[in-house]
Write a protein that binds this ligand. Structure first.
Ligand SMILES: [Zn+2]
Ligand SMILES: [Zn+2]
Length: 541
């Protein structure tokens, strides 16, 4: 959920720019039911009058996904290159937000002036079209913010890595004061491989298959989609794209002219009529997402198409840590159908979009920054990257969420901690991660829920018996008698004996009835459920 902020000016009065507004994805353990997770921008909102612009480096969800959710709280001009801006515009339009503040930027030499900042977009190779690093000039020096990148001389789609350009950037003025650098693959010791190396093995693999071939990768990896489609065509197969995100990416890439020569493909309606050995589907869902095409196909017929014994399913992708279970579920479902599942175990059918350790070092050497702040990766990745920098004599520091770093000196140092938590998109509403909503949801999910209803009349006398309903709990426990009945009996006994001062007090009633329900359930099934007590009081008028 990338969201970086740079400031220049007197302490507390700095002018600010924001780089990227991304999301991260929820999981069942810590954020069940949540739709998206993004940075809490409360501090930025409070200091909105100081923000001059928002820059988006590329259209991956972890960099642009929060735009439609958080932009309404900031309302500042947004700058991005054409493809990224188009994806951003679609997101804003879907959310019913106007796109007047979204500006298309050409790469360097175009300079965007935002307050004291002069910003240039520099093309980098990655796994989505038109990724950019930002060169940010301030009166106090030059910052290079790499965004996500790899060193690819032949990326199929988009601009190749250009060392001459980077050499130029390093040599201008007083050189690079600070490099803020992608750390994702810092633990990969081999130089990264080019996207172009995949064409041959993929073409060979697909040509060897006898049944239907289905391949999945990230919808936004337009270069890979092209390589896969070309490999399918070369094997005499009709190509069909399944999944809304994938069709959207190809359409936007073609509209913005970053993608040309994508092989012709057939609509899903026609795919079922093509003989299996002449068909190749390229589908969404490389991370095992339940609603994506790959998962739907693993469960049975999807849009009239069904995978069978002798077909092949190819993951031209890597599993992002945390998604393993979903992916394995799909692999097993295919396995049960007799479908051959091929993943990237051998590194033949996928290359990463991030720079490996030797490539990172090449960039350090090319840019010769005075300081380096690692970005993008888990803490362990950033720490490792920082160690590499330090060993090369580059002053470095790991910045964690909310840390404000002073880079005016010769080494980065912590200036302040900003309160920076997480915001959840829950259904259509934004909530704070610590608001208690999800905490309550987790408790109910883990412990079950008991609802108690009591009616008290005008004279503070219970009207009939208390009524109990269980949710997410077994009906009977150790004794064999329904738990709800037992709680009702205990409550009836309590209400009969309870003094007026308890019956007439909502808080005391709540506490007493809750305790009885939890006690009974604890004895019966060894669990203490969440309890809601509803006391309805009839009013004399
Ligand atoms: Zn990223
Ligand atoms: Zn990315």
């Amino acid at each position: 959920m990338n969201a970086y902020v740079y400031g220049y000016g007197k302490p507390g009065k700095e002018r600010l720019i924001v780089i990227d507004l991304g999301v991260t994805f929820p999981d069942m353990d810590s954020s069940p039911g949540v739709d998206l997770i993004m940075a809490d921008v409360a501090w930025l909102e409070e200091n909105k009058h100081r923000i001059d612009a928002i820059f988006i480096t590329h259209a991956h969800e972890d960099h642009i996904g929060a735009l439609p959710h958080l932009w309404p709280r900031l309302r500042k001009p947004v700058y991005a290159r054409r493809f990224t801006a188009r994806i951003g515009a679609l997101k804003l339009e879907e959310a019913g937000i106007g796109t007047e503040e979204l500006h298309v930027v050409e790469p360097r030499p175009q300079v965007i002036e935002a307050g004291p900042f002069k910003v240039q977009f520099v093309p980098v190779s990655h796994s989505i079209p038109e990724s950019s690093a930002l060169v940010i000039d301030t009166p106090a020096g030059r910052i290079v913010h790499t965004g996500d990148f790899k060193l690819d001389g032949s990326p199929i789609v988009g601009e190749p890595f250009d060392p001459v350009l980077w050499h130029e950037i390093a040599g201008e003025g007083e050189g690079v004061k600070l490099l803020v650098c992608d750390s994702t693959n810092v633990f990969s010791p081999q130089p990264g491989r080019s996207e172009a190396t995949l064409a041959e093995p993929l073409t060979k693999l697909i040509a060897e298959q006898e049944g239907m071939v289905v391949a999945t990768t990230f919808a936004s990896n337009v270069a890979r989609l092209k390589t896969l489609a070309e490999a399918g065509k070369a094997a005499g197969r009709s190509i069909c794209l399944l999944g809304r995100a994938m069709k959207r990416m190809v359409t936007v890439a073609e509209e913005t002219a970053v993608l040309t020569g994508f092989p012709g493909h057939i609509p899903a309606e026609d795919a079922a009529d093509v003989p299996r050995n002449h068909l190749m589907l390229i589908v969404t869902g490389s991370q095992g997402e339940r609603r994506a095409a790959s998962a739907q196909l693993s469960r049975g017929k999807y849009l009239g198409i069904e995978m069978k014994d002798g077909d092949t399913f190819l993951f031209s992708s890597k599993v992002i840590p945390g998604n393993e279970r979903g992916v394995i579920r799909i692999m097993n479902a295919y396995s049960e159908k007799g479908v051959e599942v091929i993943d990237d175990r051998g590194g033949l059918y996928h290359v990463s979009g991030h720079a490996n350790r030797p490539d990172l070092e090449a960039v350090h050497d090319l840019l010769k920054p005075q300081m380096l702040i690692p970005m993008h990766g888990e803490h362990r990745h950033m720490r490792e990257h920082s160690k590499i920098a330090t060993s090369k004599g580059i002053a470095s520091l790991v910045a964690t969420n909310g840390m404000m770093i002073d880079i005016t000196g010769t080494a980065p140092k912590v200036a302040e901690y900003i309160e920076a938590g997480r915001t959840y998109l829950d259904g259509s509403v934004l909530i704070g991660a610590l608001d208690g909503v999800v905490r309550d949801r987790i408790r109910m999910a883990l412990n079950g829920h008991v609802l108690i209803t009591v009616i008290i009349d005008e004279d503070d006398v219970p009207l009939g018996d208390a009524w109990v309903e269980l949710m997410g709990l077994p009906e009977v426990g150790r004794s064999g008698t329904p738990i709800a009945d037992q709680i009702e009996d205990e409550l009836a006994e309590f209400l009969e004996r309870a003094p007026d001062k308890i019956i007439s007090n909502d808080d005391k009633m709540d506490e007493a009835l809750r305790r009885i329900a939890r006690q009974v359930t604890m004895e019966e099934i060894g669990k203490k459920p969440e309890v809601t007590v509803v006391v309805s009081r009839l009013m004399a008028d």
